[in-house]
Write a protein that binds this ligand. Structure first.
Ligand SMILES: [Zn+2]
Length: 256
């Protein structure tokens, strides 16, 4: 299942539909401008399970975001993420969630609020009982200037994957959903609010992804550096794109 099926934001005006997002994603992965197009084509050939949206898309050959864009997860948010990951480990069910935060002036991606389908958290008011309600209220509050502190607000769309031989990777459908999400609101598309995606795969990595929609650099970029910031101010690095089976050597398929 794709997280877009679980979370849906109100649509605003004449924006990209799923078919268009799919065509865009295919172009990014397989277009002539992508030097790794053959690698992605090989994934579609080897791992097509009948539904091409389930095709695993390895992050291994994606470029990195700007070196200043370290991700910092607060301890409170981290604890919520661990609860979510444990639900998936116990049930093998995917869980969708949102992480809200902001980009600091030095480029740090500061993530401090997790809202999930299993349990809303701190920023949720009682009148919003769904993740969609929380998301839409957050966007309206941003539009109303409630977060006007000079820092760009960030909405990260996350989900977990249960265990399969390839589920450490994003799926093709995940990337389509992210492109589609980036086009659901003018604030997102114009990058006045940054959107990100995140996957917590079975390997335990914390994998954040940026869809750069500037045509000059258009593509998917990974965040190689992720920190957990403890309440006492100390920081600890979390694994990102390190421990999973990212299908670089596709001969290892099925041997995990
Ligand atoms: Zn997925």
């Amino acid at each position: 299942m794709n997280w877009y099926d679980i979370i849906d934001i109100e649509r605003y005006g004449d924006l990209m539909n799923r078919n268009e997002a799919r065509a865009k994603t295919i172009d990014i992965l397989l277009g002539d401008q992508n030097p790794n197009a053959d690698f992605y084509a090989s994934l579609f050939e080897k791992y097509n399970y009948g539904d091409s949206e389930m095709t695993p898309i390895s992050p291994a050959k994606m470029g990195n975001v700007n070196i200043n864009n370290n991700v910092v997860i607060t301890e409170e948010a981290y604890k919520e993420l661990i609860k979510i990951r444990n639900i998936t480990r116990q049930t093998n069910q995917e869980v969708a969630f949102l992480i809200f935060g902001e980009e600091k002036p030095n480029g740090t991606v500061w993530l401090d609020t997790v809202i999930s389908t299993y349990q809303p958290s701190a920023r949720t008011s009682a009148s919003f009982d769904s993740i969609n309600g929380v998301l839409n209220k957050y966007v309206r509050d941003i539009e109303a200037g409630e977060y006007n502190n000079g820092n760009k607000q960030i909405i990260c769309h996350g989900h977990t994957h249960g265990t399969s031989p390839v589920s450490d990777n994003f799926s093709f459908g995940d990337l389509i959903s992210y492109v589609e999400f980036n086009n659901t609101h003018p604030l997102f598309k114009n990058r006045q609010v940054e959107t990100m995606a995140m996957l917590m795969p079975p390997s335990g990595d914390f994998n954040f992804l940026l869809y750069e929609n500037n045509p000059q650099y258009e593509g998917f970029y990974t965040f190689p550096t992720v920190y957990l910031r403890h309440q006492d101010g100390t920081a600890e690095e979390l694994p990102a794109y390190q421990n999973g089976n990212y299908l670089i050597n596709t001969n290892t398929y099925g041997t995990r």
